[in-house]
Design a protein around this ligand. Structure first.
Ligand SMILES: [Cu+2]
Length: 118
């Protein structure tokens, strides 16, 4: 029954790998253009994320950090992180560098940009 054990281990390894929080979608959309200053940034992950260990750094085209409010998980969906933007953004290009920790404690990171062109 050695083969059964190997299959069980393989299935476990695959299940663990899939529990990483991948970014599935964002508002504003990754590499997209918006015509209004968003009042929040929403990131939808493939898995629920730990709010205390998940967040973003928002920078403008010059690489200057843009102030954001406290990131929180959407009460209706633990896989959605909501980051309020207390100040309206000036037109331009922005970069979102995100980091997320899923329930399995694995960390994932990524970046995407969006453009505000009113
Ligand atoms: Cu994981």
């Amino acid at each position: 029954m050695r083969q059964t054990l190997l299959f069980a281990l393989l299935a476990l390894a695959l299940a663990t790998a899939q529990a990483h929080a991948r970014l599935e979608s964002a508002v504003p959309p990754a590499d997209g253009t918006v015509t209004y200053s968003p009042n929040e940034i929403r990131l939808t992950f493939s898995e629920p994320v730990e709010p205390a260990l998940t967040g973003i750094a928002l920078t403008d085209a010059a690489g200057k950090k843009v102030a954001t409010g406290k990131a929180a998980v959407d009460p209706k969906n633990g896989a959605v992180l909501v980051v309020p933007l207390p100040q309206p953004l000036a037109p331009g290009t922005y970069k979102v560098a995100w980091h997320a920790v899923a329930a399995d404690s694995h960390k994932t990171t990524g970046t995407f940009g969006f453009t505000l062109k009113p």
